[in-house]
Ligand binder design. Sequence first.
Ligand code: G3P
Ligand code: MG
Length: 242
Amino acid sequence: MKIYAHRGSSGTHPENTIAAFLDASKLPIHGIEFDVHMTKDGELVIIHDEKIDRTSNGKGYVKDMTLAELRNYDFGSWFSPQFKGEHIPTLYEVLDIFSETSHHLNIELKSDVIDYQGMTEKVLDLVGNLNLDTRVVISSFNLDAIRTVKELAPHIETGALFMKPLKDPLEYVRNIPTDALHIKVRSALRPSMRQLFNEGVIVRVFTINTAKYLSALKEVGVDAIFTDYPEKLYVYMKNHMN
Ligand code: G3P
Ligand code: MG
């Protein structure tokens, strides 16, 4: 079972920062996950929430600030004084960190609350310009964004995100359409999900921070987990699972 560092190494570093991604880039794990929003001046930035309040010393919506304005805030100190001075990264800066590694990159489009006009197209353009088409999976809770990716760039892998268990998961996968499902652990372990594994749909599970469900997830056929503690779970899986 593969490991994705969720928001970088976010259990030990401030999430979605250069520090968290540099740490993850040195690990022998399969991939990295991070979240994209868009600024007032159309720049793609990496942050989980629509607002900067929780993960910086500032307040307000990303959509209402320019990149230059966002750069006035500190995105590390809230986690620990050790990380003072971390800025909000752009998508380009994060992709650049991984230009010399072979990690798979999960770009999550956070357009499910605010429908950032043109964000999907901008992400696809940058991925294409950097020749990363075969190294990314683009995911979202916004299923229209997934459809747009598949229309504009059918060769790019997509992942549909779901919080709740699905009644007929195969029908969902076919209707969206998507290459993978990214779901919660309880959904993955439901008997109704077996049809997905039987059909070879890629299922990735978020967010797994302890060893508790690892064996069960592996047994049902889960392809990968997202974790805030990639190093810890890598060591555990290496020592306890094949
Ligand atoms: O992509 C998996 C996971 O990141 C989805 O939830 O809220 O952590 O972005 P969230
Ligand atoms: Mg995410």
